[in-house]
Design a protein around this ligand. Structure first.
Ligand code: NAD
Length: 351
């Protein structure tokens, strides 16, 4: 196995395991970043990573983000993540999924997992037949993506309030990159609240699907969308969206999207901040997905009312981050990271 501690993405992770089952075609990793606040939770991603190293870096970064996400969402959990190398359209099989579920089972509840990119609610149902530590169960939390869309929507409202003095989305312009499960529902919510919507996706079927829900959405070229002049730019595709080069070209007033790990490094937040652009930390904006599925583990079992209340509270969390940011003159992502670290390092799960 590649040595995770030699990689820059390594952050004193509690556990990193390699999964290698050539008989079933399964190769991947599970990482637990931190469990001070409770057992680790985080989805499992299936993606055709170019190299094992890319997959390992991703699982390290994503599991760390889960720890921060749990802390700021006030959830009694730590951060974990699973990644499987492969193209979900070609390489996914019941045999592979069951072999993965067996590996999760061996961790005896130290890691609860569920859907992410490339893994569906149906896959979760299949893996539940082998192991009880899957969340996002059909009939309970189910698919987390509409809840990730909802929290991103509330995060946008908090940002709009900051810029325009009120959280009303009417007449605001929003450009969404990636209209898959999260982005398409977000487009619907934003449109319903009176905003003008621009969408972009490398998959024409995804834009066509979204256009059926939001006929007025205007489709934009993928290359143009992240420097489009709009009130809000919303990355909802994959991560690593902003680099030290392209952050200077952003023309939106606010960046608020669901994609994980949008900044290639935290200092990109400073670049945006200096340009007067508000960047809402991705793990705060998209926390609704986690809040929904992790609720299955909460007292009394899954409770949708509690989920929606917790998701609405994202607006308040962001207002609190704005206050902190103003006080120390640092971008939101930096103060959010500091607050999250303070919470999970001391075992407090309240913002
Ligand atoms: P998805 O796979 O359903 O949708 C992603 C969409 O992005 C697809 O339509 C894809 O074609 C498009 N895309 C990929 N690369 C692109 C590019 N370069 N330019 C334009 N479009 C591109 O995934 P999803 O579940 O909607 O998740 C979207 C993002 O939100 C991911 O980063 C995911 O990690 C994050 N997220 C998802 C959830 C959830 O519950 N689904 C929760 C939290 C965070």
């Amino acid at each position: 196995m590649l040595n995770p501690s030699k990689l820059k993405a390594f952050d004193n992770h509690k556990l990193v395991i390699e999964i290698n089952e050539p008989d079933t075609g399964l190769y991947g990793y599970i990482a637990i970043h931190n469990n001070n606040l409770g057992e680790a939770v985080g989805g499992t991603r299936m993606y055709p990573y170019a190299t094992k190293r890319d997959a390992l870096v991703d699982v390290l970064r994503l599991s760390k983000a889960m720890t921060y996400k749990c802390a700021l969402a006030g959830m009694p959990h730590g951060g974990g993540k699973g990644v499987i190398i492969g193209d979900p359209k070609k390489d996914k099989s019941k045999v592979l999924l069951r072999a993965y579920a067996k590996k999760v089972d061996e961790l005896k509840g130290a890691f609860h997992t569920g859907e992410d990119v490339g893994i569906s609610e149906e896959d979760v149902q299949c893996m539940l037949t082998m192991c009880p530590y899957f969340i996002g169960k059909r009939g309970l939390a189910g698919d987390p993506s509409p809840y990730a869309s909802l929290s991103t929507f509330y995060a946008m409202k908090a940002a709009i309030k900051r810029v325009f003095g009120e959280s009303n989305m009417r007449g605001k312009s929003v450009a969404i990159k990636g209209v898959g499960k999260v982005g398409s529902e977000l487009a619907r919510l934003v449109y319903k609240s009176g905003a003008k919507v621009y969408i972009s996706d490398i998959d024409p079927q995804a834009t066509a699907f979204t256009k059926r829900m939001v006929p007025d959405a205007q489709v934009v070229e993928v290359e143009d969308i992240n420097n489009f002049k709009v009130d809000i730019y919303s990355p909802c595709a994959l991560g690593s969206e902003f680099t030290s080069k392209n952050c200077k070209r952003v023309k939106a007033k606010v960046i608020c999207g669901a994609a994980n790990n949008q900044l290639t490094k935290p200092s990109i937040g400073n670049c945006l901040y200096e340009k007067g652009i508000i960047y809402i930390p991705d793990y705060v904006a998209n926390s609704g997905g986690l809040i929904n599925v992790a609720d299955e583990l909460d007292a009394g079992g899954y409770n949708r009312k509690r989920v929606v209340e917790r998701i609405k509270a994202v607006e308040k969390t962001i207002e609190h981050l704005f206050e902190m940011s103003e006080e120390v003159k640092e971008p939101l992502n930096i103060v959010a990271d500091e607050l999250a670290r303070e919470l999970f390092e001391h075992g407090h799960n309240h913002v």
